[in-house]
Design a protein around this ligand. Sequence first.
Ligand SMILES: [Zn+2]
Length: 69
Amino acid sequence: MAITRLKEIICPNQNCGYKGSPKKVARGNALVGIILLLFFLLPGILYFMFKSGYRYICPQCGMQLTADV
Ligand SMILES: [Zn+2]
Protein backbone atom coordinates (compact mmCIF):
# COMPACT_ATOMS: atom_id res chain seq x y z
CA MET A 1 0.00 0.00 0.00
CA ALA A 2 1.50 3.28 -1.13
CA ILE A 3 1.90 6.07 1.35
CA THR A 4 0.50 9.28 -0.04
CA ARG A 5 2.30 12.41 0.95
CA LEU A 6 -0.21 15.06 1.81
CA LYS A 7 0.31 18.68 2.43
CA GLU A 8 1.09 19.72 5.94
CA ILE A 9 -1.79 20.43 8.26
CA ILE A 10 -2.04 22.09 11.63
CA CYS A 11 -4.41 20.33 13.99
CA PRO A 12 -7.42 22.48 14.98
CA ASN A 13 -7.34 20.91 18.44
CA GLN A 14 -5.64 23.48 20.63
CA ASN A 15 -4.50 20.86 23.11
CA CYS A 16 -2.81 18.93 20.35
CA GLY A 17 -1.35 21.41 17.88
CA TYR A 18 0.02 18.69 15.65
CA LYS A 19 1.77 19.94 12.56
CA GLY A 20 2.53 17.61 9.70
CA SER A 21 0.86 15.21 7.30
CA PRO A 22 -2.67 14.12 8.20
CA LYS A 23 -3.68 10.49 8.40
CA LYS A 24 -5.82 9.31 5.51
CA VAL A 25 -8.63 6.90 6.32
CA ALA A 26 -11.31 5.34 4.14
CA ARG A 27 -14.63 7.03 4.66
CA GLY A 28 -16.99 4.10 4.32
CA ASN A 29 -16.85 0.44 5.08
CA ALA A 30 -16.43 -1.32 1.72
CA LEU A 31 -17.85 -4.57 3.11
CA VAL A 32 -21.07 -2.86 4.19
CA GLY A 33 -21.36 -1.36 0.71
CA ILE A 34 -20.86 -4.72 -0.97
CA ILE A 35 -23.45 -6.39 1.25
CA LEU A 36 -25.93 -3.61 0.50
CA LEU A 37 -25.14 -3.93 -3.19
CA LEU A 38 -25.74 -7.68 -3.17
CA PHE A 39 -29.04 -7.59 -1.35
CA PHE A 40 -30.40 -4.17 -2.15
CA LEU A 41 -28.93 -2.82 -5.35
CA LEU A 42 -29.99 0.80 -5.06
CA PRO A 43 -28.95 1.44 -1.43
CA GLY A 44 -25.63 -0.21 -2.24
CA ILE A 45 -24.99 2.16 -5.11
CA LEU A 46 -26.04 5.12 -2.99
CA TYR A 47 -23.81 3.95 -0.17
CA PHE A 48 -20.80 3.91 -2.47
CA MET A 49 -21.71 7.28 -3.93
CA PHE A 50 -21.86 8.97 -0.57
CA LYS A 51 -19.29 7.02 1.34
CA SER A 52 -16.57 6.73 -1.26
CA GLY A 53 -13.40 8.68 -0.83
CA TYR A 54 -11.28 9.43 2.16
CA ARG A 55 -11.25 11.66 5.12
CA TYR A 56 -8.29 12.98 7.01
CA ILE A 57 -7.65 12.74 10.70
CA CYS A 58 -4.94 14.03 12.95
CA PRO A 59 -2.54 11.13 13.64
CA GLN A 60 -1.86 12.45 17.12
CA CYS A 61 -5.30 13.09 18.62
CA GLY A 62 -7.63 11.60 16.00
CA MET A 63 -9.59 14.78 15.34
CA GLN A 64 -11.29 14.80 11.98
CA LEU A 65 -10.10 17.42 9.56
CA THR A 66 -11.88 18.89 6.59
CA ALA A 67 -12.11 16.49 3.65
CA ASP A 68 -10.39 18.81 1.19
CA VAL A 69 -7.16 19.34 3.15
ZN1 LIG B 1 -4.43 16.67 16.76
